[in-house]
Design a protein around this ligand. Structure first.
Ligand code: TMP
Length: 211
């Protein structure tokens, strides 16, 4: 692919939105993205129009019957397939860059480690949904679960955030395991946001030097 694909992962409250905004402001002001190319910021679930409907099926707390675990997994995969085909692949093919708030790592962490669904089944679905599209780099913004709970205290939890401490702790363990991969960079996200963004910038510069 001509463009670069950057993903941010982490448990809820890890500060992904803030860091994505900071990174995009910085990238737009540099010449790292080739002239005539642009930067697209997106997210999962809900990066497409269809995905927004899937997001509400997944996360609304008002539904009488919430999706069972496998239905939940399939809905995240459906959202991803649409997202890859409608936004991510065409953008990267043009040489534009994509930053996504969440991608396949979230499904492995939440549905795999959190819901205890079969990791191989999740990987098979990932292959179907992504058709070989993979991030150039995934940042894990790492915070302790107590910090996640503290930061969300005044926010209304969505259906997944309502799952409670044990679920969140398993998801966090999942992210720790995933971040061992060489394409992932784990960054402690409890320090000042200026320090976090400066680590992210230096990883992006390294990425461009090595490829
Ligand atoms: P967000 O609030 O960060 O947009 O994420 C939506 C919620 O969906 C969040 O609690 C994580 C969860 N999620 C999964 O459980 N599996 C997935 O594959 C994705 C992308 C998100």
């Amino acid at each position: 692919m001509k463009g670069k694909f950057i993903v941010f992962e982490g448990i809820d409250g890890s500060g992904k939105t803030t860091q994505i905004n900071e990174l995009s402001k910085w990238l737009i002001g540099t010449d790292l993205i080739p002239e005539n190319n642009k930067l697209v910021i997106t997210r999962e679930p809900g990066g497409t129009k269809l995905g927004k409907s899937i997001r509400s099926l997944l996360l609304d707390t008002s539904r009488e019957t919430p999706p069972d675990s496998i239905t939940e997994l399939l809905l995240y995969a459906a959202d991803r397939s649409q997202h890859v085909n409608e936004i991510i692949r065409p953008t990267l093919e043009k040489g534009d860059w994509v930053i996504s708030d969440r991608f396949c790592g979230s499904t492995l962490a939440y549905q795999g480690y959190g819901r205890n669904l079969d990791i191989n089944l999740i990987k098979d679905l990932e292959a179907i949904a992504t058709q070989g599209i993979a991030p150039d780099i995934t940042f894990l913004l790492d915070i302790p679960i107590e910090e996640s709970i503290r930061r969300r205290i005044n926010r209304k939890d969505d259906r997944i955030e309502k799952e409670g401490r044990e679920f969140l702790s398993n998801v966090s363990l999942g992210f720790q395991a995933l971040s061992e991969d060489s394409n992932w960079k784990k960054i402690s996200a409890i320090k000042a946001k200026e320090k976090i963004i400066s680590e992210i910038k230096s990883e992006i510069k390294k990425l461009l030097k090595n490829k």
